[in-house]
Ligand binder design. Sequence first.
Ligand SMILES: [Zn+2]
Length: 302
Amino acid sequence: MSARHAVAGVLALGALTLGTCPARPAPPFDGAAALRHLERVVALGPRPAGSPASARTRAYILGELRAASITARVEPFETDTPHGRLTMANVVAVLPGRRPDVILIGGHYDTKWFREITFVGANDGGSSTALLIELARRLRDRPRAYTYWIVWFDGEEARESWTAADSLYGSRRMAAELARTRRLPRAVIVADMIGDRDLGIRREASSTRWLTETLWASAARLGHGGFFLGDALGVEDDHAPFLRLGVPATLLIDFDFPPWHTSEDTLDKVSAQSLAVVGRVLLDALPAIEETLTRTGSGPRP
Ligand SMILES: [Zn+2]
């Protein structure tokens, strides 16, 4: 156990002792099922945007959605990269609600391309891919005021080094297209690298504060506060293109991950428990997020 988690554990215990965590069961989210999805996509090998393994990952996601009777669409696009013109594709699962306004929950399914190493991205790419499949299944079975789009973004990773032009290919494309057609979501939540078995998620500094605080409040209520840390860190990810357009957006990321972008980002670094913690916190927070959106009318409307 790291010093960080030792301290966080004590804080969580203190909160429980003070009775600030009312008993409410965690929403059902099967961490073991999410881990099985993760194992299957990692078995496909490195999955950089535009590769045959990326197409197989997409087919796996679509197959799982089809088996769960969830409607999905693939949105392919061509884009220039430092490695030439590539075809990429976002995958969007649609869960209609009582109203057409959309809450988008997303993450990337590509893994970073490397010339020198075999990078299977169990946490970076694999964890978000897997979490979203199980999340879609769970959301399908709940009453929803809002319509949910579960989005697997392609091309989050830079082909070479991170720049405004070489990164976030899928989310930049989708945000621009939705802005152009005036169909922007009311809120965006992105998850990335949340499978780390030594889970510790910091607040993302540029994210919309009330969205972040709603997630942290759910974590505390469910007794998972020890994994959701007090300090903040700035990380640019697939939420950023939506934030720039004025859409409330937040990012859940554990960026304190020593195997990041190394050949060591493998299955032994992730756990079903971490996936379950993040899945349950997300599911628990959504009613409060819907309530805030309805009450404040915040965010762009279609
Ligand atoms: Zn990465």
